[in-house]
Design a binder for this molecule. Sequence first.
Ligand code: OMP
Length: 240
Amino acid sequence: MSETADYKTEFVRAAIHGGPLSFGTFTLKSGRQSPYFFNAGQFYRADLLESISTAFGHTIAEADKADVFLAEGADKNTSEPTFDVVFGPAYKGVPLATAAVSALARLDKARYGSIGYAFDRKEAKDHGEGGSFVGAPLAGKRVVIVDDVITAGTAKREAVAKIRAAGGIVVAIVVALDRMETLPDAPTKESALGALRREFGLPILAILNLDSIIEGMKQFATPDDLARTEAYRAQYKAED
Ligand code: OMP
């Protein structure tokens, strides 16, 4: 993994050794039987949360500084961040957004000190402050969505629709893991991530993908788990 950024190597190591990335036989939302499963809910320990939030922070900051979130033709003023809010869909996206914003402030407080986090409620609250969202206001704001895994993209479509309905401008989606799979029942070998990117015309970034997990497994996993994951990739990997 010599060409992989240190934070990614550390993230794969923490995911495999700490428990979030496990090996066995798992039934996915799509019905496929996968030899590996990435459970973002397992990053609950302080040291694991540190590794995933650092990885999100670096990925977002690198894209921001490279103007990836700017629409084509937009004015470039690199002293200001190109987004305002990091949004994590409930439930698993909630700690990811919160921790990512904290990591951004650690990386560069002058640039990211004013970035907010937000998340949605599964059920709208009708008392107290009320509403369907918690955290930074979304109306008129440039929003980066963060989430755990992309397999088919369904949860990301829902998040984009909710944010747009609240007046927010979605500028990118960043996930911890792109499983790089073909869409179930699709006639082509198009990936879920590619389909989303074309549908919304948005940058969609992943900290890790199936290829980088397999690279990491060569260092951190057993040969048997590695062989089963490579066979799964040969069967389901998308072509774009
Ligand atoms: P979409 O790609 O937006 O449909 O969301 C994928 C969802 O699949 C995740 O948000 C999880 O609920 C679940 N999932 C995982 O968490 N980890 C995996 O490794 C695989 C899946 C999955 O079922 O595909």
